[in-house]
Design a protein around this ligand. Sequence first.
Ligand SMILES: [Zn+2]
Length: 218
Amino acid sequence: MSSVMVRLLRAQPFEMQALDILAERMKAMSILAKDRFHRYYKSSILPIPCLAYSDALVFNSNYYHMLSPDEVLAVGAHEFNHIAKMHIAKRLLRTVLPAAVLTIVIGYLFFINFDSFLFIASAVVLFFFFFLFGSYYVNAKWFRKQETESDLSAVEFVNGAAMISALSRLRPQKTSWLSKLMPHTHPTIEQRIHNIQAAVSTKNSFNFTITFGDGTSR
Ligand SMILES: [Zn+2]
């Protein structure tokens, strides 16, 4: 699927050894299964900052060029956690699959009640998108939980300050009527920064206790 999307997004591949090393440390193995020239992409038309597939990452090129090398790794670490925990496949199961099943049921009811193929086909397409949208709404909280989990496990592998500055570059978020209507699959940028700051300070005080506790520095 990623190869089709890469073509649709007119994305350009690039290689980066630092991301490969991070992917290996975070056990995002499915992306490492691809050859190293076709793991990371930049697209100028991608409408979000970064998109993860099980075997590829696509960055919005404007966003990518704003980032420092540490910030690129921070964004990568968040996405690698999605890959390592197989969030992408789990999301498909909870969004596309129920929508497809409901659409088949509706399609069948239309098929036995109506004769016009065009009418049945348009109803099927409309209902599929309606159900898909609905399942994003139903699962929004579950999506947000995965986003927080990905932010917090990324902090264990990369610089927390770089994660925060990479997120800060996304502000101010657009608050159009359309974005208000969309299911909120991510916590707000402020909430994410707050959670990362809390995790970083816990991590720092934990390290401090260990060093202080046994009198050696590790
Ligand atoms: Zn994410």
